[in-house]
Design a protein around this ligand. Structure first.
Ligand code: HEC
Length: 142
């Protein structure tokens, strides 16, 4: 038993040395999303940690194996929808993502519930949801 615990602790220490790639690629103002302040404030507090190059990495994201999970979410989030590359997103994909944003914001799937538990500030009020849904609808008409 004692031996197992020692091995586990050594393993936990060892995995801290596995390199991870926690990145915040540069933001290019030519292609990044540029919406009204009202919309930007909400997207930044509720979506940008996973859907942009402006991720605020929490302290615990430095500790393996939690870090692997967080980096995975951010990479998947950026792949699915990246507001830092907004103007480069193919128009057909953009329509799909806007429609899905309306749906996921309304049904509480976005921001991810697991994330909300640790980020009170990202919780969206009904007023926030309405602003984002209205913005998506406006973008869809463009
Ligand atoms: C904690 C990270 C996180 C936050 C915060 C977050 N998302 Fe996501 N989002 C993801 C991940 C990971 C995926 C890709 C995996 C998936 O499809 O479930 C995703 C996928 C999406 C998709 C594509 C889904 C599809 O089925 O087409 C949309 C649209 C989206 N998010 C919108 C938003 C919006 C809008 C916000 C803010 C209100 C937000 N997300 C906040 C992590 C996040």
């Amino acid at each position: 038993m004692k031996k197992t615990i020692i091995i586990l602790i050594l393993l936990l220490i060892a995995i801290q040395f596995i390199p991870t790639n926690k990145t915040n690629p540069p933001v290019n103002s030519a292609i990044t999303l540029n919406a009204s302040d009202e919309v930007m404030v909400i997207l930044k507090k509720s979506c940008y940690d996973c859907h942009s190059h402006e991720t605020t990495w929490p302290g615990y994201s430095a500790i393996a194996p939690i870090s692997w999970n967080i980096i995975g979410h951010v990479n998947d989030g950026r792949k699915a929808l990246n507001f830092s590359e907004w103007k480069n997103i193919n128009p057909e994909i953009k329509i799909k993502r806007l429609k899905r944003s309306i749906k996921t914001v309304n049904n509480g799937m976005m921001p991810l519930p697991n994330y909300i538990r640790l980020h009170d500030e990202a919780v969206m009020s009904d007023a926030d949801k309405k602003i984002i849904v209205d913005w998506c609808n406006k973008e869809l008409k463009k």
